[in-house]
Ligand binder design. Structure first.
Ligand code: FAD
Length: 473
C-alpha cells in the first residue's frame, strides 16, 4: 500500500490541478469526503475536489505514477463500505448539464444529480430515468445499472446511455460509445467504477407524459392483508406499471411526518405513466386491500417524484443489504411477515420489495451477445433492507440484515442488484451483483485495463481471470 510521505505530495498534486486538494487535518477535508451514510467514514490519504476532466486526467496520472489507489465520490449515496487510503477524487463540482431537445438527450458532468436533470429537461417536456430519490448522482447510479422508478416501462437507465467520457487507469480521457469501443462501453453499463472515472455521460430522455403516482400508507397491523392484496394485484398489473411495498418502522424523530412518527406502517408506492383514470382503475384493488391511513396517489408532476418513495432527505447512519427474488409466492409472503411483520423484533427501519419485470426483463439489444453487465433481468422482485445504526441497536443491525438475507435465500435468484446491494460482507456476495458470465468478462477486462488495480475501492472486481463468483475483493 502506498504511504503518503508528507504534505509535499499534496502540494505536488495541487500544482497540477485547478480544483483544491485537501489532506487530513485541513479544515475542509471532512466535509469533502463525507458520505450520505453517516456510519461510513472514508479515510483517503488525499482528496481532490476536481473541477473538470483535465483535473481528473492529471490526478489519475499523478496517482498512477505512485501506484496510489484511486477512488471516486460524487454525492456519497453509494458509500456502503469505507474508502481507506489512496486518492479520493470528488466530482461534486463537475456540474456540466445540457439538454438537446431535438435529439431528446442529456449530457451531464460527473457531479450532476437527477434532480438537476429533471428540472432542466422539464422545460422541454422531457424526463430521465431516475430512481426512488432524485438526490442520487446520475453517473454513479447509471454505472450500477440504474433501477428507475419507471423501470418496468423503460428498462434500466444504463440501457439508454449513448456515450461516456472516461478517464482510464492510464490517465487518458476517452469517449466510449457503442461505435468507438463496444467492449468497454458494455463493461461500463453495469460495471460501476471499475474501469476509471467517468467525467461526463450522454443518455436518452423521454416524454414527461402524465404521471399518476404516489404512496399509500396502511397501519402495520394490516400487514398480512396488504401483502396478500399486493401479491394478487401484481399478478394482473400491466408490465408498464411500477410498484413496491415497504414494511416501515419509523423512528420518533422530527424529520418524520407527525402521523408516521414512531409507527409501524406498510407503504405502497405506485407509478403509472398514463391517464389518471386508467391509473386509478389499476390501483383500485390496493385501495380496497386494507383501511388506508393516507392515500397520497394522484396526478404528479415530475418535479415531485421524490414524494413517491419519500426516501430520507438528510444523511443518516445506516447498514443495508439487498438481494433479488424469484417470485412472490405464499412461502415468500410468510417469510417476509416473519422477518418484518407486526410480530417481528428485527431492528429494520425498512424492508421493501420492488417489482421488477416488464422492460427490465428484456435483454439489451443491438450489441449482442455481451451488451452490458447488468444483473436482475430474470428477477421478479428486488428486496432491500435498511437498519439505522443508532447507538442502542448498532450492534444488532448488521446481524439483522444478514438474518434477512438468510431467511429469504430460498426465494432468491442467487444474485443482487448492484445499486441496492448494500454492504460488501464477503467476496462471493459482492460478485453476485453481476450475472456469472458478466463477472467473468469484468474480471478478465479488469486484469487487462487496470493491471495495477488502481480502482480497487467501492464495489470492486479483482484484476484476474476467474471462472465463478469467488475472487472479488
Ligand atoms: C436513498 C437512496 C435511494 C436509492 N434509490 C435507488 C434506486 O431507486 N435505484 C437505483 O438503481 N439505485 C438507488 N440507490 C443507489 C444509488 O443509485 C447508488 O448508491 C449509486 O452508486 C449512487 O451514486 P452516487 O454517485 O450518487 O454515489 P457515490 O457514493 O458518490 O458513488 C457511488 C459509487 O459510484 C461509482 N461512481 C460514482 N461516480 C463515478 C464516476 N464519475 N466515475 C466512475 N465511478 C463513479 C463509484 O464506484 C462510487 O463508489 C439509492 C441510494 C440511496 C441512498
Amino acid at each position: 500500500m502506498h504511504i503518503l510521505s508528507s504534505h509535499t505530495e499534496k502540494t505536488e498534486l495541487q500544482l497540477l490541478v485547478r480544483g483544491l486538494v485537501y489532506a487530513p487535518g485541513d479544515a475542509s477535508f471532512a466535509a469533502e469526503i463525507a458520505a450520505f451514510n453517516l456510519a461510513t467514514r472514508h479515510a483517503p490519504e488525499l482528496v481532490l475536489s476536481a473541477v473538470d476532466a483535465d483535473d481528473v486526467v492529471a490526478a489519475v496520472r499523478w496517482a498512477a505514477a505512485r501506484d496510489m489507489s484511486i477512488s471516486v465520490q460524487s454525492t456519497g449515496h453509494g458509500a456502503a463500505n469505507a474508502i481507506n487510503g489512496g486518492l479520493l477524487i470528488s466530482t461534486r463540482l463537475m456540474l456540466e448539464l445540457s439538454i438537446d431537445p431535438e435529439e431528446q438527450t442529456a449530457r451531464v458532468g460527473a457531479g450532476v444529480r437527477w434532480r438537476d436533470v429533471l428540472k432542466a429537461a422539464a422545460r422541454y417536456g422531457l424526463m430521465g430515468l431516475h430512481g426512488s430519490t432524485t438526490d442520487v448522482g446520475v453517473v454513479g447510479y447509471t454505472l450500477g445499472g440504474g433501477l428507475p422508478l419507471l423501470g418496468r416501462k423503460y428498462g434500466f437507465a444504463s440501457d439508454h446511455v449513448l456515450a461516456f467520457d472516461l478517464v482510464t487507469p492510464d490517465g487518458v480521457l476517452r469517449r466510449v460509445d457503442a461505435g468507438s469501443d463496444p467492449r468497454l462501453f458494455a463493461l461500463l453499463r453495469g460495471g460501476k467504477g471499475n474501469f476509471g472515472i467517468v467525467t461526463a455521460m450522454e443518455f436518452s430522455l423521454f416524454a414527461a407524459d402524465e404521471l399518476y403516482a404516489g404512496g399509500i400508507f396502511y397501519d402495520g397491523t394490516h400487514a398480512r392483508e396488504v401483502l396478500a392484496g399486493f401479491r394478487a394485484w401484481i399478478a394482473h398489473l400491466p408490465a408498464e406499471a411500477s410498484a413496491s411495498l415497504a414494511f416501515l418502522r419509523l423512528p420518533d424523530m422530527e424529520d418524520v411526518p407527525g402521523f408516521l412518527r414512531g409507527k409501524f406502517v406498510m407503504h405502497l408506492r405506485f407509478a403509472w405513466q398514463g391517464s389518471s383514470d386508467e391509473g386509478a382503475r389499476l390501483l383500485a384493488p390496493m385501495r380496497a386491500a386494507a383501511p388506508m391511513l393516507v392515500d397520497g396517489v394522484g396526478p404528479l408532476p415530475f418535479s415531485r417524484v421524490d414524494e413517491i418513495h419519500a426516501d430520507p432527505e438528510h444523511p443518516v447512519p445506516v447498514h443495508e443489504g439487498g438481494m433479488l427474488l424469484k417470485d412472490l409466492d405464499a412461502g415468500l409472503e410468510e417469510a417476509l411477515l416473519r422477518l418484518a411483520g407486526p410480530e417481528s423484533m428485527a431492528p429494520l427501519l425498512l424492508a421493501e420489495i420492488r417489482l421488477m419485470g416488464g422492460a427490465l426483463a428484456v435483454p439489451l439489444k443491438g450489441l449482442e451477445p455481451e451488451a452490458d453487465c447488468v444483473g436482475g433481468r430474470e428477477a421478479a422482485l428486488s428486496f432491500f433492507a435498511v437498519g439505522i445504526m443508532a447507538p442502542q441497536i448498532a450492534h444488532l443491525v448488521p446481524a439483522a440484515i444478514e438474518a434477512a438475507r438468510s431467511a429469504l435465500k430460498p426465494f432468491g435468484t442467487g444474485g443482487t442488484m448492484l445499486n441496492l446491494h448494500g454492504h460488501l460482507t464477503s467476496p462471493e456476495l459482492a460478485a453476485s451483483a453481476w450475472p456469472e458470465a458478466a463477472h467473468v468478462r469484468l474480471s478478465e477486462a479488469k486484469a487487462e485495463l487496470d493491471p495495477k488495480n488502481l480502482f480497487r475501492h467501492g464495489h470492486a472486481i479483482l484484476p484476474q481471470a476467474v471462472s465463478g463468483h469467488t475472487a472479488v475483493a
